[in-house]
Structure formats: C-alpha cells, structure tokens
Design a binder for this molecule. Sequence first.
Ligand code: SF4
Length: 147
Amino acid sequence: MITLANALPEWQDDALCRQVDPELFYPEKGGNPEPAKALCRTCDVTDKCLQYALNNHEQFGVWGGKTERERRELLATPRGAAVHPIQQRRRTGLAEHHQTIVAMLDRPTPATWSQIGAAVGWSGDAVKKYWHRQQAAAQQQEQELAA
Ligand code: SF4
C-alpha cells in the first residue's frame, strides 16, 4: 500500500482542508465553490497550495482559493507562467490521493470504496463521489476537445 504520510510536504500539515470533508473542494459542475474558497482565505498555506496546484496543472477542485478556471487564467498570463514553472512537478496532497485511488481501482480485483477511503483518510462515499466527478469531468473535457 502507498504510504502517504512520508510523502506529504510540510505545508500540508497546516492545510485547513484536511479538517473538513474533501467534497467541499470538488463542487459539482455548476456548483458553488465559495465555501471552499472562503476556507482557503483563512488557511495559512494558501500561497504554497496555489503554487503547488499551478506547478502540477491540477485540473479539478479548489486549490489555494482558486477554481480550475481561475487557475487556467493565471497560467495563461506571462506573469503566471513565470511565477509557476510547470517543471516543478511534485505529487503530494490531494494529487497523491488521486494517484492512490487510481492505483487501488486499477488492480485485477479493484479495492472497494471503503478500502480506498481508509487509505486516503476519506469516507468510502466521499471517494466514490470524487471518482465519479473526476470521470464526468474528464469525459466532458474529452468531448470539448473533440468538438
Ligand atoms: S489553501 Fe489549499 S491547503 Fe488551504 S484550505 Fe485551501 S485547498 Fe486546503
């Protein structure tokens, strides 16, 4: 099993979102990201979190107080690109949770939602909803690219 604790960067120790339901940070399409953004505004590691998300081109969810669209806009500006070089890729935090979920589902006998939840510290139901939203978002993105 992947061990998460050793891989987490120091700033994640102070991540306020670790204390709440992760679903808050992955609103449904057309849903309200403001509750997550409000929490980010009171978080001590907002800048580091946003930097991380930009460096890793995180496509989903609220990171560092910014939605996917807001992050895309930041990266589209020359200043944003200079501040957030994409070469600095690291795999931690929510991104690492995603990897764990993928790995556990991609087994000959896929893990159950609750087994995955136990591995990433979420409820099984939260993992299931997260995964279905990821699939739907990826599908939509594919359709947009194909159009
Ligand atoms: S700024 Fe980042 S670490 Fe802090 S609450 Fe928001 S998403 Fe979590």
